[in-house]
Design a protein around this ligand. Structure first.
Ligand code: ZN
Length: 448
């Protein structure tokens, strides 16, 4: 890749960029197509619905940032022999251990090799996971044969939705649009802060549900949420149209036109694509950290069906892992606090600031040493400290031979003791301990 390509980082955050691009595209559409008042209202409504949808509980935000996120503590297991959630995805036979089970150790080993082949000399734990799952996805790509299957895959990679084999309830849809439009009109003159407080609060959903006197009457919460998510998918399409138009205008306005190579990358990243469910790649941004290498491969190999199918498999893997993780975490919670129902956190803040699309941040260059190699060494030293501190030993003959890992239970955020899993990847040793969080922190401070 010696081509001089002009990749820009347009703004500080992804959400900001999305908002600007939407606005630009909307302005172009208004002018070029002379949109009437009603149409302009629809576009605005859909933009807000798009943002609202991304704040709903069903929007999957689970990150898999290291192998600890795949491990299962005893209390979280459905079957006692499952020590991780890898059973939920498709892995080739050579990823299984001698007992025929999915193994994080083997996944990491495969991933490490693949990452090194791609030029990362000392991949981090996260890169080993990414590349391990991507290697498996390339061996078993997901072939999708129609646009409906693609759309469903993309939706399920972003939202916790079922297959939805039943047809959409058209009347419910009309009722939701009516109610949304009226509520929207009522808040038209709010200040921006007041509007946001109202619109992004969970009570807006309740307000829409509890309208006994309007068409459709009081609606059951689940029905309304399902309807909203279906309607919200249209909002994704509306937003895609605006982004597409804006980015096309941007490309046309460049003083020096895009070269063929740049144009291919630009098309993959900023234009609607059938293989992204007719959305723009930016709308799938929250999955880029998990499937980064697979996305990059598609972007740089425009039109390569195999690359797309491997990326699709990775997206399917993501939704399966997220579902499995959620199920396991709920089991863990209910075994701790019996009878307490899982609560939706409607007000969760999903606006993390993600650096807008400078691909070079995310992916390896040939010969690059991973920036986090000190973390890799730190993690090893930390594990050794914890093993000694807890007076735990594995079957390995020496500390050099052993490959120790410490996985704190990432779900315990309370003060006081937390669960940690001590494992050795060389001999398969596994032990669960409870330690005081502060104590663990102190052990960590000595090495990081
Ligand atoms: Zn060992």
């Amino acid at each position: 890749m010696n081509q001089r390509d002009r990749r820009k980082e347009p703004v500080a955050s992804f959400d900001e960029f999305l908002a600007l691009a939407w606005l630009g595209g909307f302005a172009v559409l208004c002018r070029e197509f002379d949109l009437c008042k009603g149409q302009r209202f629809s576009y605005r409504l859909m933009w807000f619905l798009f943002q609202r949808l991304r704040k709903m509980q069903e929007h999957i935000m689970r990150e898999f940032r290291w192998s600890g996120d795949l491990y299962l503590r005893h209390g979280n297991r459905e079957f006692s022999e499952d020590s991780n959630i890898l059973r939920s995805i498709v892995l080739p036979g050579d990823y299984l251990n001698n007992k025929g089970r999915e193994s994080i150790r083997i996944l990491r080993r495969k991933g490490k090799q693949a990452a090194q082949d791609a030029g990362i000399l000392e991949p981090t734990d996260f890169e080993c996971l990414q590349f391990g799952i991507w290697s498996a996805a390339k061996e078993w790509p997901l072939q999708l044969h129609d646009s409906e299957a693609t759309t469903l895959l993309i939706r399920q990679a972003l939202f916790d939705v079922d297959g939805e084999s039943h047809p959409e309830d058209i009347e419910l849809r009309e009722i939701l649009v009516e109610r949304f439009s009226v509520a929207f009109e009522n808040h038209r003159n709010d200040s921006t802060d007041a509007f946001n407080t109202w619109f992004f609060n969970s009570s807006v959903i309740k307000q829409l549900a509890r309208q006994k006197k309007t068409r459709g009457g009081a609606l059951e919460g689940k029905l309304l949420r399902d309807g909203l998510i279906r309607l919200g998918w249209d909002a994704y399409t509306y937003v895609a149209e605006c982004l597409n138009v804006q980015m096309q205008a941007f490309a046309n306005a460049l003083p020096e036109l895009l070269t063929d190579w740049e144009s291919q990358i630009f098309t993959e990243m900023h234009q609607r694509q059938a293989h992204w469910g007719n959305l723009c790649l930016l709308q799938l941004w929250e999955r880029v950290s998990f499937a980064g290498p697979a996305f990059r491969h598609v972007i740089e190999n425009h039109g390569d069906r195999q690359a797309i199918s491997a990326c699709h498999r990775m997206l399917q893997d993501y939704s399966a892992l997220a579902k499995a993780r959620q199920g396991a975490d709920r089991r863990g919670k209910s075994s701790k606090k019996q009878g307490q129902a899982f609560e939706f956190n409607e007000n969760r803040d999903s606006e993390r600031s993600v650096s807008a699309f400078d691909l070079d941040d995310e992916v390896p260059k040939p010969g690059r040493r991973s920036a986090s190699r000190n973390d890799v060494r730190g993690a090893k030293a930390f594990a050794a400290r914890v093993f000694l501190d807890q007076k735990v030993g594995c079957k390995c003959q020496s500390q050099e031979e052993a490959d120790w890992h410490v996985m704190p239970d990432t779900n315990s955020t309370d003060e006081g003791p937390i669960s940690i899993l001590l494992t050795c990847e060389t001999c398969g040793f596994e032990s669960e301990k409870r330690v005081d969080f502060q104590h663990l922190e102190a052990l960590g401070q000595a090495v990081f």
